[in-house]
Design a protein around this ligand. Sequence first.
Ligand SMILES: *Cc1c(COP(=O)(O)O)cnc(C)c1O
Length: 396
Amino acid sequence: MTNHISLAQGREYLAIPGPSVMPDAVLQAMHRPSPNIYEGELIEMMPALTADLKRVARTDHHVAIYIANGHGTWEAALSNVIAPGETVLAPASGRFTYGWAEMAEGIGATAQVINFGTSSGWDFDLIAEALRADKAQEIKAVLAVHVDTSSSIRNDIPALRALLDDLNHPALLMADCIASLGCDRFEMDAWGVDVMVTACQKGLMTPAGIGFVYFNEKAAAKRATMPRVSQYWDWIPRTQPELFYQYFNGTAPTHHLYGLRAALDLIHAEGIEHVWTRHERLATAIWAACETWADGGALHLNVADRTDRSHAVTALRLTDGQGTPLRRFTETQLGLTLGIGLGMEDWDGCFRLGHMGHVNGQMVMAMLGGMETAMAALNIPRGTGALEAAAAILAA
Ligand SMILES: *Cc1c(COP(=O)(O)O)cnc(C)c1O
């Protein structure tokens, strides 16, 4: 490339599937001195904060806050309801289910994994077979990743609930909504989810560092039967914000709480239904562009069926290992960072688009324009009219 200059100066756009873009309101809320952690404003803000966390997940039950990333919430949730020697069933549609299953084995449980590959959602016949075979009801929980961020598959949680009910299987339904909460529709109580884990750095738009375990009365009853629960992960003290020091088992994550407060204010001002619809519309525009490019033969969407796709993340593959060069181009030449492929065979071919949280129409058009530019620079064959196809969705 002769006469080449980088066009990456200016505001960068981190379009990876977590951590997501942080709103200015969140950054500003965190830019302040440390508060007193023993009394005063920070303690007083907790009841409303936990109430608003429950609203986002559509639940009236409990939420415990941990100073932990998503992996920490996996272990926290398991530690409260799964005893060593018990079995969990893990229907896998991407890397993250394996991660959670490994965590279960780490605390002494047996993880029974069913591999559904990485390009379509669960096959309920196979899950039913596994549950029916469990005559002694040794499976104590099903580890259900709602959106697997590595494959961008979104699984059907209400259908899993219906299956457990039909088979009269008492296993807890535990959902990982780390990528989906605040992006894809999720309704904990209406969907009959017993335990849900999530973290703050994706749809909740807050810097990585705090995570949440939601649980209902059925899960609390299982917790009550546990021979022991490690003190730090125990969710019981973490449901009583009035006991503030016990609540966090030490110093509170002060600034994360301020940031989260601002993020929840944004979500509630927009309305969670609107947040879900916005993500759906933006994802549909991205799919329209990608499906048009795919006509050229080089680009493939990882998930063929739209109903199996998340609205928060899109996994893609370019032939001839062109995914990595594409990412390098958009990052160094345009100031647009796309996500690496995760847990996929073809490392250099695969990449992912994050469209979760604080993302609007012009950002999505800029991301797609950046991809069009990179594909032009790299001479990648592609169908024409992708940006027009996306614009038509957003204009409708
Ligand atoms: C991001 C993510 C995780 C891991 O979260 P960390 O905060 O990186 O530990 C787990 N599950 C899903 C579905 C995710 O998207």
